[in-house]
Design a protein around this ligand. Structure first.
Ligand SMILES: [Zn+2]
Ligand SMILES: [Zn+2]
Length: 272
């Protein structure tokens, strides 16, 4: 039975003989159902369409995995090559032999960690390709997991160190279980923060945005933005990598979070 993949959000569902009727992730007000109605695909179909993954080095110890032509939301995955093993941050919907082989040559995957449901993608197939490596999803988002696999690890609490120096931070905001990843040894030990949609690196790449829904343009309340900023404040980081190709705050990342939260809340309150 195929594990169907939603064409609009790119999330893979547990195998069924026929495609599911609904995608609750797309029907939620943070996403949307495709304008031509709910459509599904499969890994085999995505490969047959000629899509391929490329693996590129962004800086020493940090790889980007991206699909061309892009699928659904079109996010990238990032791979932190840490002393304790490689961690895939967020995920893509296409799994192909070329990129699995390329990752194996770089030590495989020890863990997958996901920021929030929009980026679950084919996390189960990626885990299966690497000996059912753990997939860390915050327990507050458990209701959104559509395909439970042997690797699924629902974690609870504010932070969780999954490998030495690799810490998941529950930021809340976009989803209750929304998570960011802090890698202390990244950027020559100045620290890297990898983010999903609760903090997003915006187009000027000096600021971050904080939205409940991006496609439907629903802002987050001030309290949520304060909580997001407070959740990452204890951690040192120089750079911030977002979910999209090129979306990087390349220096003084901590200052960028603080000034972005301040600006966002100022505009929410219509202050000058
Ligand atoms: Zn969907
Ligand atoms: Zn999202």
């Amino acid at each position: 039975m195929p594990a169907y993949i939603c064409r609009t959000c790119g999330v893979q569902y547990a195998p069924t003989p026929v495609p599911p009727e609904h995608c609750p992730i797309c029907e939620d007000e943070r996403q949307y159902v495709g304008w031509n109605g709910q459509q599904w695909t499969t890994l085999e179909e995505l490969r047959a369409e000629g899509r391929r993954n490329t693996l590129t080095e962004l800086e020493p110890g940090l790889l980007q995995l991206a699909t061309q032509p892009s699928v659904a939301i079109g996010q990238r995955a990032l791979i932190a090559q840490t002393a304790g093993g490689n961690v895939m941050w967020d995920c893509v919907s296409l799994v192909d032999d070329g990129s699995v082989h390329a990752l194996r040559e770089r030590g495989g995957l020890s863990a997958i960690a996901i920021s929030h449901p929009h980026f679950y993608a084919a996390m189960v197939s990626w885990s299966a390709a690497f000996d059912d490596c753990p997939i860390y999803v915050h327990a507050d988002d458990a209701e959104w997991v559509r395909y439970r696999s042997p690797g699924l690890q629902l974690w609870v609490g504010d932070t969780r160190e999954i490998l030495p120096g690799v810490t998941l931070i529950n930021t809340g905001g976009h989803f209750r279980g929304s998570t960011a990843l802090h890698w202390a040894e990244g950027a020559d030990s100045r620290g890297l923060l990898l983010v999903g949609d609760s903090l997003t690196v915006v187009m000027d790449r000096r600021y971050l945005g904080f939205m409940y829904s991006y496609p439907n343009l629903i802002p987050l309340p001030a309290d949520s933005v304060r909580r997001i900023a407070a959740s990452v404040r204890p951690f040192a980081f120089e750079r911030i990598y977002g979910a999209w190709d090129g979306r990087t705050v390349s220096s003084a990342g901590k200052d960028a979070v603080e000034r972005s939260a301040e600006r966002y809340i100022r505009f929410l309150h219509q202050l000058p």
